[in-house]
Write a protein that binds this ligand. Structure first.
Ligand code: FPP
Length: 262
């Protein structure tokens, strides 16, 4: 290689591998995560799927700590979808059991980290004891302001949209609003958590590259980032990689970049 070529090559490889300084990372206000790969994590270790879900639930605690470290304000995690009811009864039971235990067990750590807990999903259709868990965790953490953890449970993006449409139809029927007053803004106000900003970044580990009915409305302009790592192994290294990738993204929301406008 000539010295000229060498210089060009080193410039090129530097650009490709260039690490972003921590201080220059762009931090999403709202990060959403599809906690996928628990079953495969367990299978690799010849463990039952329930062990994978336990490891996955444990890792949620790490995610909260790591997001807190970066100053992320909202973290939404997909814990149980409206479609997950079709899994074997024993697996559904494990997931419900984990959910019931989780917020009491980790409350001291959530408190220490200043994490408020909220839920999104068709909560009203869940068994009474699960609804009570949601209410207790929400009430008990209302005063915390450092970060909000939103747990999507019995959540389906399409169901959320249908339920918003039903609420609006009811308001039209009662004469509270006129049909023509329904705008995107009004529609969004009738979703489960209208006060929460849309997710900036959605992460899915485990090698699957789809969003599986997660935050269908809210995620319309979210950046997507995929990783092959299985959810229970998804740690600080992977989160940092996702934030580095997010920092390099040019979010245009259907418009033009600043340079192209000029
Ligand atoms: C998908 O992995 C994961 C789920 C359906 C459940 C996610 C739940 C947790 C991480 C724990 C519960 C959370 C709380 C808040 C208590 P999969 O089982 O489909 O994995 P696979 O694709 O490898 O089989």
């Amino acid at each position: 290689m000539s010295s000229n070529e060498e210089a060009r090559f080193s410039l090129f490889s530097k650009k490709k591998t260039q690490k972003i300084d921590k201080a220059d990372l762009k931090i999403p206000v709202h990060l959403a995560v599809i906690m996928d790969g628990n079953g495969r994590w367990a299978k690799k270790r010849m463990l039952p799927r329930s062990a994978g879900h336990r490891a996955g639930a444990d890792n949620l605690k790490n995610l909260c700590k790591n997001c807190g470290h970066y100053g992320i304000k909202y973290v939404t995690v997909y814990a149980f979808s409206t479609e997950n009811w079709s899994r074997p009864e024993s697996e559904v039971h494990t997931l419900m059991e984990l959910f019931v235990e989780y917020f009491d067990r980790y409350d001291p750590e959530l408190e220490q980290e200043g994490i408020r807990v909220r839920f999104t999903g068709d909560i009203k259709s869940l068994p009474e004891n699960i609804q009570a868990v949601c209410k207790r965790a929400e009430e008990g953490s209302k005063h915390r302001t450092r970060m909000t953890l939103i747990v999507a449970f019995n959540y389906g993006g399409r169901r959320e949209i249908v339920q918003a449409a039903q609420k609006l139809a009811q308001q039209v029927k009662e004469g509270k609003i006129k049909e023509e007053e329904i705008t995107e803004e009004l529609f969004a106000q009738n979703l489960y958590l209208p006060d929460v900003p849309d997710p900036d970044l959605i992460i899915r580990p485990s090698g699957e590259e789809r969003t599986s009915n997660f935050l269908v409305w809210e995620g319309a302009y979210s950046e997507l980032w995929f990783s092959d790592v299985l959810w229970p192994d998804f740690g600080m290294k992977e989160l940092t990689e996702a934030l580095e990738a997010y920092t390099k993204r040019d979010r245009r929301f259907g418009g033009l970049t600043k340079e192209k406008k000029e």
